[in-house]
Design a binder for this molecule. Structure first.
Ligand code: SAM
Length: 281
């Protein structure tokens, strides 16, 4: 490892199995001057397990702004700092983005000690297309906002990765089936790398039934891997835009019609929306 001084190290930690802790991650945590951890009590157990006694400070979503100055002061004094979250890769649905940005802007080095990330682990086992994918983090917790988000993602052709908790897994899968289609393939990866690890892939509606059938299937931590929407064949470019828009406007509202026409013709949505408004006048 190069000199650790005046560097912020972004260190990934296991998402379940402590054997996944890499020797490099362990060495980095032992060598830095201070570890900034999301939950110092939780991470303290981890470092004790590794025999590391590096001092820790907390850095979580409620104090990140306040901590930034302290971390930059330490880096300016030539110290090195490691950032870890409770599990997996910091910044991935975890705190750290504001810190990394500020540290870079202040001119200090930021280096990664890569390792586990639940989203990538799920993608690697689900057997759904992995060449292009979109990470969505957590879906909104409120039903209306969640369905609106799923609506906005319904036409996405790339594989979607979503984090979910045991409280909402059943509702989210039910909403995915309702909004994205009962037949949409969904991979559910539960407790990855832990004792009760389980990965299944089935049609969204079947998955909702499968989840409802057994309380144990709703326990633990989840990643959903949602198959992308099938690409829409573009209409013959010779169809006049106005005729296409008129047909679509007879079926749905201006916004939806413009969105569909943009996808069918490959032309920019704002241009088509303006034309749709003009036709509706
Ligand atoms: N930074 C982490 C990472 O790199 O994966 C994610 C942190 S986020 C706060 C926690 C969520 O990640 C959980 O609610 C769950 O959706 C997912 N997750 C974490 N560990 C997991 C595991 N072992 N199996 C399945 N999902 C997991």
């Amino acid at each position: 490892m190069p000199s650790t001084s005046a560097t912020l190290w972004i260190v990934a930690t296991p998402i379940g199995n402590l054997e996944d802790f890499s020797p490099r991650a362990s060495r980095t945590l032992a060598q830095v001057d201070v570890i900034a951890a999301e939950d110092t009590r939780y991470s303290g157990r981890l470092t004790r397990h590794l025999g590391i006694d590096t001092p820790m400070i907390s850095l979580h979503e409620h104090n990140e702004q306040a901590r930034i100055e302290q971390v930059i002061d330490r880096l300016a004094a030539g110290e090195s700092v490691a950032l870890i979250s409770d599990a997996g890769t910091p910044l991935i649905s975890d705190p750290g983005y504001a810190l990394v940005r500020a540290v870079r802007e202040a001119g200090f080095a930021v280096q990664a000690v890569p390792g586990p990330c639940a989203a990538i682990a799920a993608l690697s086992v689900a057997g759904l297309p992995s060449d292009r994918f979109v990470f969505e983090g957590f879906l909104p917790s409120k039903a209306g906002a969640r369905r609106a988000r799923l609506e906005a993602l319904a036409d996405e052709t790339r594989t979607l990765l979503v984090y979910e908790s045991s409280h909402r897994i059943e509702k989210s899968v039910t909403d995915i089936a309702a909004v994205m289609g009962a037949g949409r393939a969904v991979g559910l990866c539960r407790e990855l790398s832990k004792l009760h690890e389980q990965s299944v892939v089935m049609a969204a509606s079947e998955l909702a039934v499968w989840l409802a059938a057994d309380d144990n299937r709703r326990r633990g931590e989840f990643v959903l891997v949602i198959e992308g929407a099938p690409p829409i064949e573009r209409a013959d470019a010779d169809i006049p835009l106005d005729a296409l828009l008129a047909e679509l406007l007879s079926l749905t509202g201006t916004k939806q019609a413009a969105k569909a026409a943009a996808r069918l013709t490959g032309r920019p949505t704002n241009e088509i929306y303006a034309r749709a408004l003009a036709l509706g006048e």
